[in-house]
Design a protein around this ligand. Structure first.
Ligand code: ASP
Ligand code: MG
Length: 445
């Protein structure tokens, strides 16, 4: 079995859906399980619809839901015409989902419907194009805790349930033919008692990896709209390179350091079973993309420069004579209790500095801090990370290239035998220029 995840742009129009169908068709010998995101922009629309539903703006809500329905109807017509069995089936499914969206006042129920719309349209389209496909509902096996907007998956339960649901789906004929593939939704899940949850923005990659782990997939393919993972963000740097191979650890570090290619948690489930993850481009299906593998298969060298904006740099002064390790322990406990993600951290006898991207959660955590501590929060900075494997000379090289590294209020080097990650903080206004400068030095000479 293999997992194939298609992001919003790969199902963003009838044309994209057709391309995606052909990519799946070319893999049917490997029993693909297909995971789809919502059509691009749909999840954003659903967030707006949820706000309208909760504020009681009935007219605006109706208009937005009508636009959403129309978008999917247009895709259905372009894919299947209007009067076939599957066209009618698709329209009636889309209509029912849109009715549910319009009548709901539950934020998660609304936001998670985008994946049901796209997966139902794709399901019907694949069957109508002679690609017999079964439909599986991710709520039956992506089991999470009770954090409904950011569900934490229960891996053991997923491993118990997913193979059963997926095998059963492969074994049941659709209008007299056995399916060659199974389609399901990314991003959505449910608690063990069946309350709907989502995995957080961009969570469809994570879904694919969780299912891949549960069914012992041979490979997890993440299909997106760029040629694999790049050496830097192409919006910041002109001459980025495609990374051919990268280790699980380096890729996880990159995702956590702001590279937008994969949801940061995608790698974790794949690593547990050592399943290769490929990042491929659905607009260029013959491209090589990036393969993420165990570190011993990866050569030494620098892989990427990434950056992360919208972070807070927090500085906590340790009062004279106070026990800094007790303060640190307390601080970490409070942050953890509020599920604040600590990125970089640096603790000395007189201060503790850290960065976080969980800005809202951090505000709540801050209220629970010991009130006698002097805490300052700076949200005008960004962090830059250079990632690779066994790059001992790199730190020196970086110093030569950027004096901002020397001036950085917080620098962290994390290193083991599978990766090196050198991260530092710069003023937000400088980030693009510094990334370009480092990239040029490391990759363009
Ligand atoms: N549709 C969801 C989002 O936009 C999940 C995903 O695309 O992975 O965040
Ligand atoms: Mg997406």
């Amino acid at each position: 079995m293999i997992l194939m995840k298609f992001g919003g742009t790969s199902v963003g129009s009838a044309e994209a859906m057709k391309r995606t169908m052909e990519i799946v068709r070319a893999r049917v010998d490997e029993r693909p399980v297909v995971v789809v995101s919502a059509m691009s922009k749909v999840t954003d629309m659903l967030y707006e619809i949820a706000d309208l539903a909760l504020s009681g703006a009935a007219t605006a809500l109706k208009e937005k839901v009508a636009a959403l329905k129309q978008k999917h109807y247009e895709a259905i017509e372009a894919l299947m015409g209007t009067d076939s069995y599957w066209a009618e089936e698709a329209r009636s499914r889309v209509k029912a989902i849109c009715q549910k969206i319009e009548s709901s006042t539950d934020r998660v129920e609304i936001i998670s419907r985008g994946e049901y719309l796209s997966s139902n349209v794709m399901y019907c389209a694949m069957n109508s194009h002679k690609l017999p496909t079964a439909f599986a509902d991710a709520r039956e096996f992506i089991i999470t805790d009770n954090d409904r907007m950011q569900g934490e998956p229960d891996n053991a339960e997923i491993v118990r349930r997913a193979p059963k649901v997926i095998d059963a789906a492969f074994g049941k004929s659709i209008r007299g033919v056995l399916p060659q593939t199974v389609i399901t939704q990314g991003f959505v899940g449910a608690t063990s008692t069946g309350v709907e949850t989502i995995l957080g923005r961009g969570g469809s990659d994570y879904t694919a990896s969780l299912i891949g782990m549960a069914v012992d997939a041979r490979r997890i393919e993440i299909w997106t709209d760029v040629d694999g993972i790049r050496s830097a963000d192409p919006r910041k740097v002109d001459h980025t390179l495609c990374i051919g191979r990268i280790s699980f650890e380096e890729a996880a570090q990159m995702a956590r350091s702001g590279a937008k290619v994969l949801h940061p948690k995608t790698i974790e489930p794949a690593v547990t079973k050592n399943i290769p993850v490929m990042v491929l481009n659905s607009m260029n299906p013959d491209g090589e993309g990036t393969t993420i593998l165990a570190a011993d298969l990866i050569e030494d060298g620098v892989r990427s420069v990434s950056s992360k904006e919208k972070i807070a740099l927090v500085n906590v002064e340790v009062p004279a004579l106070a026990d800094s390790s007790a303060i640190l322990t307390d601080l970490v406990r409070t942050l953890k209790a509020h599920r604040v993600n600590i990125d970089l951290i640096n603790a000395t006898a007189d201060h503790i500095a850290f960065t976080t991207d969980s800005l809202d959660r951090f505000k709540q955590a801050l209220a629970a801090f010991d009130a006698s501590l002097n805490v300052t929060t700076d949200t005008t900075c960004a962090q830059i990370s250079v990632i690779g494997k066994n790059i001992s000379e790199l730190r020196v090289a970086l110093r030569n290239v950027s004096d901002l590294l020397l001036k950085s209020p917080l620098t962290q080097v994390s290193q083991n035998n599978t990766y090196v990650n050198i991260s530092f903080v710069v003023p937000a206004g400088e980030v693009a220029a510094v990334v370009r400068q480092i990239h040029e030095y490391l990759f363009e000479k």
